[in-house]
Design a protein around this ligand. Structure first.
Ligand code: SAH
Length: 212
């Protein structure tokens, strides 16, 4: 099955039509085969306008949400990015096309393993995946020029602010277990963080020491 037409349609109708105009993000979404990140029985739905189950009560995020969060980081290409919630690995793959190195943390080992395998098959070699509680960040590799959190948090974990480089951007959903608001925080200097609300969203919960 050739999914390139479905992928192009996804980018036109769900991504560009909704105002994402970062050409590098658009190119990454045209390139990465999203259907490989879902189970065989769901592949024909992979380019639809929705999140999909990936097992373990988790989901692969809606394509538009992946694009919007990625675009919000305003990536140039030389960044080191921390991603929390590897899940299927799809968002990880998109980021890997756009930055120097992606550090991704997933708490569920089977998901991390599955993601690792697909990312290796796609020969995306600038990705480190760690199994563990991502609410504490990844201290050894900090600071990061961007942190993208793909699970809903009750609050902004302090460790993310601590591990953000000056000028770095943190994008994360904050709210209750059902609904959140996507927030972007930019570290202007050592002590000044600028906070913006981007849009409403629905993510699975961020579970851990500084999450739920
Ligand atoms: N970007 C992924 C989203 C997966 S859903 C995708 O599109 O496939 C969110 C993921 O966050 C789930 O896999 C869940 O297990 C993971 N998660 C939740 N809390 C976490 C934590 N504290 N640390 C690491 N991963 C976490």
């Amino acid at each position: 099955m050739d999914y390139s037409i479905a992928r192009r349609r996804m980018v036109e109708q769900q991504i560009k039509a909704r105002g994402i105009d970062d050409q590098r993000v658009i190119d990454a979404m045209l390139t990465i085969p999203r259907h490989l990140f879902v189970e065989a029985g769901l592949q024909s739905h992979a380019y639809g306008d929705a999140s999909l189950p990936i097992g373990e009560k988790q989901t692969i995020s809606q394509p538009y949400m992946v694009a919007a969060m990625t675009a919000a980081l305003e990536l140039q290409g030389d960044e080191r990015i921390l991603e929390i919630g590897t899940g299927s690995g799809y968002q990880t793959a998109i980021l890997s096309k756009l930055v120097k190195r992606v550090y991704s943390i997933e708490r569920i080992a089977v998901l991390a393993g599955r993601a690792r395998k697909i990312l290796d098959q796609l020969q995306l070699s600038n990705i480190n995946i760690k199994i563990g509680d991502g609410t504490v960040g990844w201290k050894d590799q900090a600071p990061f020029s961007g942190i993208l959190v793909a699970a809903g948090s009750p609050d902004v974990p302090q460790k993310y602010l601590d591990q953000l480089d000056i000028g770095g951007k943190l994008v994360l959903p904050v709210g209750d277990r059902e609904e959140q608001i996507l927030i972007r925080i930019i570290r202007k200097n050592e002590n000044h963080f600028e906070r913006q609300q981007l849009m409403g969203c629905r993510f699975v919960p961020l579970i851990g020491e500084q999450g739920w």
